[in-house]
Ligand binder design. Structure first.
Ligand code: ADP
Length: 379
């Protein structure tokens, strides 16, 4: 039952009976609404949201049966329990009342105790039904979520196995070549060839490991199992360090630069998740831009919002791809020849959303892309 007093709507045109019922129910702690004719009754039933209705069969104008029929027709009032009030002798009325959807009846003249017991019983039943319905809905929702997760997992497994096939065949091929060289040793001067094949194996293994890591992360994230541990961090330092690491890793191919406002930006955030976010964006910016390109990471605080962007001068993203980029496994049409799983950005989006932030992309094909993360600054 709601915390406030249950509301009973009494529909009765006899002022004497109405007064008796009003006092009885009021004294028992109920909030009582009254209607003396059918029209008013339907109006109050819709607007006053009663929990139960006591309805006199013998009303002038629209009679009790018609009111009951209309109440059961309306979405808003269909579930309201209706108790009929009828004369002791009118058995036919009781049957008709039940047929129309009433839950019970009381006979006139009333026994006050009986009225209260019946009213309370049906309010309890009504509440139990509501609870059951709510629990059912919650159960349905979690079943639906479970079904979605299962579908997603199957998709992950099939796509991940597909992604793993290419590096695995590379490994097999390299292994075959190495085997052939080894047979020719020691006179062979093919050490360099062997090294190349070994490197190819190492690359293929790293690619598989990265794909598996991403699949694991996204599965965990989809299942709501990523631990979000915010603490007060120096975001400027975090970004600068990461940018410097990327710049050091790609010294010949790309310049990775960092620019930020003078004052360091402190905020409450999860440093591990934000490192993953920025690493993904920087790695993509390098991966999808030609050698010699500049990648610029910019960090500013504007009216309480942190804007962290990564801009490159690479292949860019077609407009029709931009909407889907953050979906798991989605890859742009111009990215086919560049290795990738299509999982990074969907992980990024989920981690940003854990911070109540958002991510957007601006890009023009062959001109470059800018990914911007907007985070609320929390201090
Ligand atoms: P992956 O790079 O492994 O394919 P992501 O989820 O990180 O997966 O990116 C999804 C797609 O978005 C990429 O396949 C690519 O088409 C596009 N993309 C992401 N970053 C860039 C970028 N900086 N420049 C151009 N395209 C990008």
């Amino acid at each position: 039952m709601k915390n406030k007093s249950p509301v009973i709507l009494v529909i009765e045109d006899n002022p004497g009976t109405l007064g008796v019922l009003f006092n009885l129910l009021n004294d028992a702690g109920f909030e009582v609404l009254v209607a003396r004719d059918g029209e008013k009754a339907l109006e109050i039933a819709e607007e006053g949201s009663p929990d139960l209705i006591l309805l006199d069969v013998m009303l002038s104008g629209i009679d009790g049966f018609e009111i009951c029929r209309r109440l059961k027709d309306l979405e808003m009032t269909r579930e309201l329990p209706v108790i009929f009030m009828t004369a002791l002798t009118k058995t036919g009325d009781k049957v008709k009342g039940f047929e129309l959807g009433a839950v019970d009846y009381i006979t006139k003249p009333f026994d006050p105790e009986e009225v209260l017991v019946r009213v309370k019983t049906h309010l309890t039943i009504q509440q139990l039904q509501r609870d059951l319905l709510e629990k059912n809905e919650a159960l349905e929702a979690s079943l639906e979520r479970e079904r979605e997760l299962n579908a997603l997992k199957s998709r992950f497994v099939s796509i991940a196995s597909h992604e793993l096939r290419a590096p695995l065949s590379k490994i097999l091929l390299s292994k075959g070549l190495l085997h052939r060289y080894c047979r020719k040793l020691p006179e062979s001067d093919r050490i360099q060839d062997m090294q190349r094949e070994l490197e190819s194996i190492v690359r293929a293994v790293s690619q598989m490991t990265a794909t598996l890591d991403e699949v694991l992360t996204i599965t965990k994230s989809e299942a709501g199992k990523i631990t979000f541990s915010p603490s007060m961090i120096d975001l400027t330092a975090l970004c600068r360090n990461l940018v410097e690491e990327f710049d050091a890793m790609a010294p010949e191919t790309h310049s990775v630069l960092f620019s930020n406002s003078e004052k360091p930006i402190y905020t409450r955030a999860d440093p591990k998740l934000l490192e993953t976010v920025l690493s993904n964006l920087l790695a993509n910016a390098i991966k999808y831009s030609p050698q010699g390109g500049t990648v610029l990471c910019d960090l500013v605080l504007k009216e309480g919002t942190i804007l962290l962007s990564v801009k490159d001068e690479g292949i860019g993203i077609a407009e029709e791809d931009q909407v889907y980029l953050f979906e798991a496994f989605y890859r742009g049409e111009n990215a086919e020849k560049i290795e990738g799983s299509g999982l990074g950005l969907s992980i990024v989006k989920q981690f940003v959303e854990l911070h109540s932030g958002a991510i957007k992309v601006e890009s023009e094909i062959n001109k470059g892309a800018t990914f911007t993360i907007l985070l609320p600054c929390r201090q």
